[in-house]
Each structure stands twice: as C-alpha cells, then as structure tokens.
Design a protein around this ligand. Structure first.
Ligand code: SF4
Ligand code: SF4
Ligand SMILES: [Zn+2]
Length: 264
C-alpha cells in the first residue's frame, strides 16, 4: 500500500494528520526533517549602537534570536551556498532596525525590516520594557539556518507522533468490561453484545486493558499508521514545512542511492 497523509484538523498554527503505510523509521525521519532540516530565518547577530536598558546586550540578542520571522524560502539562499561566499548580502540576510526611547514596552512589531514582507511572525511579543531616560538603538541581522544548528531556526515548536494501534477483541471475551474500566483514555465501550473501540486515536498503548483481561481476549497491535501533531512557530505555513521536509527526505534518499550505485 502506498504512503498517504490524511489531515484530521488544520489551523494556521496547528495540524493533526495521519501518516499511513510507512515504517517507524520513515515516520521518524519525517518528524526529524520537519524539526531540524527545514530552514527558516532567525536573528543571528546584533549590532548595538545604544543600550541603556536594564538588560545586557547578550540577553537581548538571545531574545531577538528566538522571535520567529515570516520566511520566504524563494527569496533567500543559505549563506554557505550564496554568491557572496558567506560574507552576507541581501540574497542571504536581512536587517531589522530599532531606535526607541522609554518609557515604553518594546514589542516585536516595533522593529523595522528591510523588506515589509519579511517581518516578525507575531506582532505583539514583548521584548523588554524601557523606563524613563532609557534608549535602545540596534540593528539585528537574520539569516537562514536549520534546527540542526540551533533551535531558533526550527519552523515547528511541537512535532510529535504516536503509533495508531489496531485493537482486536477475540471470541474468548466474556464481556466482563474490566478493560473498559481499566482504560485511562476512554478508548473502549460496551457496544451491545461486544466490546467496541470508541476512539482508537486516543489510545496511548499503555496496555492496561491487556493486563486486566483474564481471558487474554484483547490485543493491541502496532500498525504502520502514525498520528502526528505539529505546531508552527509562524515562520512558515505548516503545509510548506511538510512539503519541504518531504523534498529534503527525497533528495537525501536519491543522494544515498547514487552513493550505493557508485560503490557497486
Ligand atoms: S477484559 Fe477481556 S474479557 Fe473482559 S470485556 Fe475486556 S476483552 Fe472481554
Ligand atoms: S492500550 Fe491503554 S489506552 Fe489503549 S485501549 Fe488499552 S488501556 Fe486504553
Ligand atoms: Zn549572500
């Protein structure tokens, strides 16, 4: 059977889907590719011209690095692949400028980007509070990177999966209902003259139902279907993250095939 993705729910910041007919290794590779291989922009260095706030330059630079930036992967090169040879140019980096005086709470929306379409993904993230007489003037420079290098480049904040089991009740079942009571996730129910599976997606594979069944009449089998929950940081739409991760996996597999062919 061919691998397939079935989307269960989707919003701007969260998606739940079932990845069907794949091995655990492929499901995990897909998860890792979404987290660690899909590039996004993040602030990588900051020039401070004035900082009379209560926070050190280093703390502020770290905070700025963690602000997700709306990323257009068509507009930017990875710095190590850029025509500038990694020195930094408009093809591989972008600046965010700020010059504010207190009293004021500085939010992510206060930064002025070189490109009005490449801005911090969420407007109202508080960065720091400036008090009377304090000033902050800086230029923050962002570049593309991957989560493999630093978590600030991850396009997803949550990316997890679990195996969707197949629950089987055999003819030895005496309908004692012990398994229903033992299940902590409300997966099972009494359906007339048999035990029915109410919501298999809720099963955590804890195996409590098996432990309490004296007849050995219930089986929880692993399958090749996986329930994914992925949450976005806002840097990239979730479908772009998924598509890009699959492209990366495919190109890695092709590279591997070439190496194997060369060895043979
Ligand atoms: S515990 Fe076993 S015997 Fe009792 S209802 Fe569940 S499957 Fe049937
Ligand atoms: S494995 Fe755990 S969660 Fe799943 S049906 Fe059995 S008791 Fe419920
Ligand atoms: Zn460049």
């Amino acid at each position: 059977m061919k691998p397939k993705i079935e989307i269960l729910e989707e919003s701007d910041f969260k998606i739940r889907f079932i990845l069907k007919n794949v091995s655990p290794a492929l499901a995990n590779s897909f998860r890792r590719a979404m987290k660690a291989e899909v590039p996004t922009l993040a602030v990588d260095y900051v020039d401070f011209y004035v900082n009379s706030s209560y926070l050190y330059d280093e703390i502020l630079a770290h905070r700025l690095g963690m602000l997700p930036i709306k990323t257009d992967l068509e507009k930017f090169n990875m710095q190590n692949e850029c025509v500038c040879g990694g020195e930094g140019c408009p093809n591989c980096q972008i600046s965010f400028r700020l010059n504010v005086e207190g009293p004021k709470v500085v939010y992510s929306e206060d930064f002025i980007s070189d490109d009005p379409e490449i801005v911090f993904a969420i407007d109202n993230i508080p960065v720091l509070e400036l008090f009377e007489g304090q000033q902050l003037m800086l230029e923050a420079v962002a570049r593309l990177g991957t989560g493999r290098e630093h978590a600030k480049f991850q396009p997803v904040s949550v990316c997890a999966y679990k195996i969707i089991p197949e629950i089987e009740i055999t003819e030895d079942c005496t309908l004692c209902k012990d398994c229903i009571e033992a299940c902590p996730r409300d997966v099972l129910e009494a359906g007339g003259d048999k035990i029915a599976v109410k919501d298999v997606l809720n099963c955590s594979l804890c195996m409590e139902c098996i432990k309490v069944c004296e007849q050995n009449a219930i089986k929880v089998n692993e399958t090749n279907n996986f329930l994914f929950t992925v949450e976005a940081t806002g840097a990239l739409p979730l479908r772009v993250v998924m598509r890009k991760a699959l492209e990366i996996l495919r190109s890695k597999a092709e590279e591997m095939n070439k190496i194997i062919e060369e060895i043979q």
